[in-house]
Design a protein around this ligand. Structure first.
Ligand code: ADP
Ligand code: MG
Length: 384
């Protein structure tokens, strides 16, 4: 028993030292393949991966006309912690995040975001296909959410041999127009339109943690449970909107797994949380061109994405006031983002098409800003 205890302590220390060295905010870039209409045209691909993925660099070239009417091309180089090219598989991407997911089991608060314009591959990365059938659950196409749950489930079974007992509780919410809605609530057919869905509030529990009031919490007691969970969320999204894709590109979805462990041999306990966040499309929508509901949506998205950047920057600077309350998203994630030991990963998803070059540039610039932030002691140089 004493030997087990020692081994267990060593394993956790080693794992966490490695994680610490990597810094607590990381940014990975993923370029999706060219598809359908964007594959047409001569200069369809403005994105280059110089020396490709080993160097973790990416270069975006933008062609424009100068004052003399000549086409000029300008190159914008970027460097991230990891760059995945358009050939990258879901397997390869997950391999790079599986350590972070292990950290949540070890008691760390973890957030993984997908940022990018609509159609850039956020949902593909976080979830996989929009609708996943039970037979698909082993498919290579699965994204981070189902793979993470499966990994956690497999690991808790292994850790049980070392005396650890875990309870895993999941919730899945959507933030639309600054209102939180429950994606796991029993769906009400016919309640189409977001207004009929209950809007949930954030509160602080007795331990000071931000939680969602009356949210459906499901015990994730088997790897199959995640299939049920994604299917229920998909159903709720369909009920809430005539066009489910459009709706999901205008809202943030946040899958949260609370992982509480107790070791009956050593008496240790741990409490981790894993947040997997598919952000609303980051495309700049001019407020001038839209009105009514569209305008309100646009303002809510712009505000909450800007606020996310502000919160990360304020945390990195060590500011005393962190503006969590400026958006529902950051308020909801307050304890996960702000805890001293929290770990954050942002995927910036980009399309390689020429038509998307301007949006890709904005996304890569936002991600570079995030990448230059390091919270706490593990400060690094900003990417050049
Ligand atoms: P977003 O969620 O950012 O709006 P999606 O994830 O829905 O974008 O991706 C748009 C389309 O591109 C989907 O049909 C998706 O299956 C496909 N796609 C995105 N990324 C990849 C990829 N890496 N490999 C293959 N198909 C992809
Ligand atoms: Mg999507």
């Amino acid at each position: 028993e004493a030997k087990l205890r020692k081994e267990e302590t060593l394993r956790r220390n080693l794992h966490n030292t490695i994680q610490e060295l990597k810094g607590n905010i990381r940014v990975f870039c993923r370029v999706r393949p060219l598809m359908g209409e964007d594959a047409d045209g001569a200069s369809a691909q403005p994105i280059k991966l110089p020396e490709c993925e080993e160097k973790n660099q990416i270069e975006l070239s933008q062609t424009s006309e100068n004052a003399l009417g000549r086409a000029t091309s300008k190159a914008f180089p970027f460097k991230f912690d990891r760059v995945f090219g358009s050939e990258s598989t879901q397997d390869a991407v997950f391999e790079e995040v599986s350590q972070l997911i292990q950290s949540a089991l070890d008691g760390y608060p973890v957030c993984i975001f997908a940022y990018g314009q609509t159609g850039s591959g956020k949902t593909h990365t976080m979830q996989g296909p929009d609708a996943i059938s039970a037979e698909d659950m082993d498919a290579a196409v699965l994204g981070i959410i189902p793979r993470a749950v499966k990994q956690i489930y497999a690991n808790t079974s292994k850790l049980a041999e070392r005396g650890w007992e875990y309870t895993l509780e999941g919730q899945f919410v959507e933030i639309y127009n600054e209102a939180i809605q429950d994606l796991l609530a029993p769906s009400v057919r016919g309640a189409a339109g977001s207004d009929k869905q209950a809007k949930l509030d954030i509160y602080q529990d007795s331990e000071g943690r931000t939680r969602v009031k009356n949210v459906t919490a499901v015990s994730v007691d088997s790897a199959e449970r995640v299939h049920w969970l994604l299917a229920r969320a998909a159903e709720n999204r369909t009920v809430a909107a005539t066009n489910c894709n459009e709706r999901s590109s205008r809202s943030h979805s946040v899958f949260t797994l609370y992982l509480r462990g107790r070791n009956s041999l050593t008496g240790e306990s741990s409490s981790g949380v894993l947040n997997l966040i598919d952000l609303a499309g980051s495309e700049r929508l001019s407020s001038s061109g839209s009105s009514g509901d569209r305008l309100k949506e646009t303002q809510a998205i712009n505000k909450s994405l800007a606020c996310l950047g502000d919160v990360i920057a304020a945390l990195a600077k060590g500011n005393r006031h962190i503006p969590y309350r400026n958006s529902k998203l950051t308020h909801l994630l307050q304890e996960s983002l702000g805890a001293g030991n929290s770990k954050t990963l942002m995927f910036v998803c980009v399309s390689p098409s020429a038509a998307s070059a301007q949006e890709s540039l904005c996304s890569l610039q936002f991600a570079t800003k995030v990448n230059s932030c390091q919270i706490g002691t593990a400060r690094r140089q900003p990417a050049s």
